[in-house]
Write a protein that binds this ligand. Sequence first.
Ligand code: IPD
Ligand code: CA
Length: 277
Amino acid sequence: MDPDRDLDKCNEIVLKLVNEVGEIISTRSANRKSFICKSSDIDLVTETDIEVENHLKTNLLKKFPSHKFIGEEECSSGQKAELTDAPTWIIDPVDGTMNFVHGFPHSCISIALVVDKVIEIGIIYNPMLNQKFTARRGRGAFLNGEKISVSCEKELKKALVVSEFGTSRDAEKIKVVHENFQRISVLAHGVRCLGSAALNMAMVALGAADVNYEMGIHCWDVAAGYIIVREAGGVVVDTSGGDFDMMSRRVLAASSEELAKEVSRNLTQFQPLPRDD
Ligand code: IPD
Ligand code: CA
């Protein structure tokens, strides 16, 4: 077997690295002044985001020289996100950077390995609360080593929904976000915002939330979440109810097909541009 496609080895190495970067993140104190704004004044990056992404990339490359990378911070500084058949690590070094800056303890490392355009490995790790969600394709989803599964809830009126306001100040997008919160909140059991797209998906996998939708996410926010939700028995589709497209910047993860359909029917759609690819 090509050693660069040995998924057991990839999984072993990445889990070790994720623990190392978790240590970096959890030992940094919140600092409301130390960040740079990217696409808007609420789209933030800190030195820690960059350090974590570099640490993961450098050490994965040492072990797997042929692997490719799509990292949030590299892409934010102009690199093109290109998904080929080569083994590719999709990395969000700190998902929930706004939370990280404020010390709201819901931020995580989100990392996935995609091979031949199929997501094989997903890890979402919140080191502040010691929550490590993991999944391998065909092998189930786990929280700190314990198997997890979605709630199987089918009705929106009994469902806890997680979504986000997002990191854009685009007036048209904000209008749609508000419209959807307004419509969904009167139909659902409850609505929550955790401040991290990846952790929102992890909550669906855990069965703690029943459905998550967001328009405006990026592939690094949802690649790991996709496989974790699927392996926990959930569905992941486009917000319109169609097929999930990782580069399209839209996601709807749910505990059941029925719930995914009911939510998608009630959402005003918005297509964030540009796509990730
Ligand atoms: C963001 C967070 C936020 C979500 C955005 C993401 P970042 O990621 O997950 O909750 O609404 O869509 O881009 O910038 O903290 O890595
Ligand atoms: Ca991030």
